[in-house]
Ligand binder design. Sequence first.
Ligand code: SF4
Length: 376
Amino acid sequence: MAGIYIHIPFCRKACHYCNFHFSTSLGSAEAVVTSILKEISLRSSEPIEEIQTIYFGGGTPSILDPEIINKMLQAIKVHYAVSNDPEITLEANPDDITVEKAKAWKQMGINRFSIGVQSFADENLQWMNRAHDASQSIACIHTIREAGFENFSIDLIYGTPGQTQQGWIKDLEKAIAMKVPHLSCYALTVEEGTALHHMIGSGKKEKISADEQAERFETLVQLSSAAGYIHYEISNLALPGKESRHNSAYWESRPYLGFGPSAHSFSGIKRSWNIADNLKYIQSIQAGVLPNEEETLREIDQLNEYIMTSLRSIKGMQKEIIRTRWGMDKLQVISKEIEKFVVAGKITSTEKTWSLSREGRFFADGIASSLFFLED
Ligand code: SF4
């Protein structure tokens, strides 16, 4: 089982908090797409298992004409063995979702959306510099449902400057009332080089409060579980059966191919990443040279990745997997190190697993990194 990720590096506007690779100038869009099509073909001899999930991310894939998305989809089907029932996700922003586009996406086989709602409050969307308003966020959910899509996710951000506890509750209640099948909820992080970083540095926006983010996270846990959502990964919640197959495969360290500028690929042992520069990407691919760098993960890198991803997921760390893949010694070291988190009530230990308790969930990344091995 493997996945394919296609990075579409274009957006209508630059959101003030974003540090993904994208451009707001669509001048090179045609050449980037031509190059992605060529990359799909150039790499078709790389060994990869059957493709079960395809994910168009970015950037904003919905900014492109659906026919262009379809071309890439067809190219994947020509060059790779795709399963009979693949999950095919398109990231879309509310302002791009129209009845006509929804029909076209449905016809080509897109069967899941990840929609960049971020907030249902206009004042938040405005300072974020989003290209849509709250009414478009609501309208687009109706539009895709009317087009026959029942499998979709929305992104929401919490712990943002100026967001009150009441405001966050309102956002969640809106999503729950609309029975949105999948929620990806992220605590805002302030990345260097973003407009938000500058705004906070110059005092135009308040600093992010870790305590407030922890409070928002607890509210998320309470409201979503009361509404029947399964908190299957720290930032991801789904109504039963609506978990993302593509993202779950990432967290299970399954292999994937990534096409397009800045896209990452993972073979299980090697990780590679394409250059995050549209022009250099185009030039290199057109010359028949893959513009990527790669690293081979050492055994302990693989173990550290397993610790991080498994701890973030509802399944937790499987003791038997650690013992059989990395040996009894490593299992014993983890067992000793993790004890303080068990005593503090942040980790639940069973015969077979270690998983985060409700109290421990907000501290997932810190706990995981404290368990990392630095050398063999
Ligand atoms: S639409 Fe998404 S990728 Fe584009 S700038 Fe905004 S957050 Fe970043």
